[in-house]
Design a protein around this ligand. Sequence first.
Ligand code: ADP
Ligand code: MG
Length: 342
Amino acid sequence: MSIEILPARLANQIAAGEVVERPASVVKELVENSLDAGATRIRVDIERGGHKLIRISDNGSGIAKDELTLALSRHATSKLKSLDDLENICSLGFRGEALASISSVSRLTLKSKPAAQAEAWQAFAEGRDMAVQVQPTAHPDGTSIEVKDLFFNTPARRKFLRTEKTEFSHIDELLKRIALSRLDIALTLTHNGKVVRQYRPVSEELAVKRIAQVAGKGFTEQGMHLQSGEQGLYLHGWIMPQETQTEPQYTYVNGRMMRDKLILHAIRQAFEEHVGATHVPAFVLYLEIDPRQVDVNVHPAKHEVRFHQARLVHDFILQAVQQLITTEQSLFGHQEAQAQAK
Ligand code: ADP
Ligand code: MG
């Protein structure tokens, strides 16, 4: 067999396999783009669990007419210019892959209007055959991206989609995580024309309000409030010891949602050592760290990071949680008090 370069469309579809697993992953990429564009209001409209339609509208900076086609091309990004930027990344996106990937497996319409541009324009790409059509349209300042018929041209992937209800619950769950990553953003989620969630912007001081909306009132009222910092690391949030249920388990690194093994391990270890098997932790925890101390470019969907000083970060979290558990013994009831006394 001879070696050949893959056609662009096929290369995009293969890349799509890494970032676009299901409707919720499309929502994640698009909402992160809206946040990177400085949006303060984001609306997510879903039809039939995202099988039929996913539409994200924002009031962010918009995309100029001349850049619409480029935005849909692979490795086209406005967020990264050099290796140095990559080492100090503050935006959620940087690979320039999401729009190209999503448009290669759906029918995608991108409408946008930067405030400085008099009219709005739209670009349409179907299955990304590389022929993007650009036309005038009507749209307020900001951007809307409409993704129809996800995986229509990749039947093998389409088969893996679950029921509309399941796919929608993944989207709902994802938006909860996002809602807790940015308290200052207004987020609306609709399904089949009905408003399902409405997160109103709150200030840092009222974080507890939004956390209660997402995780339940009991979580913030009975949970342990954590606040701990040293050596350029700062950890804050809530931990709630539970007997069975372990939701939510949300962690954020510099505002980026994560399911990082090292962080989860440190929290669980603190519980295992100090609480035993009677309680498991539910938590919403934010870690702030110098961006230069973390590598976010280790996972295509960016679920995990690599800490340059992994041991230090792990032990810092472990100790912070241990300390909290020791000072809040009363929460664990009788058994632990007895265990502790031995
Ligand atoms: P990345 O986010 O990694 O840069 P994407 O494929 O997700 O790559 O997006 C490509 C580019 O399109 C972004 O860098 C940005 O310039 C532009 N873009 C995408 N979505 C939006 C949006 N909602 N508002 C403004 N610009 C956007
Ligand atoms: Mg992106």
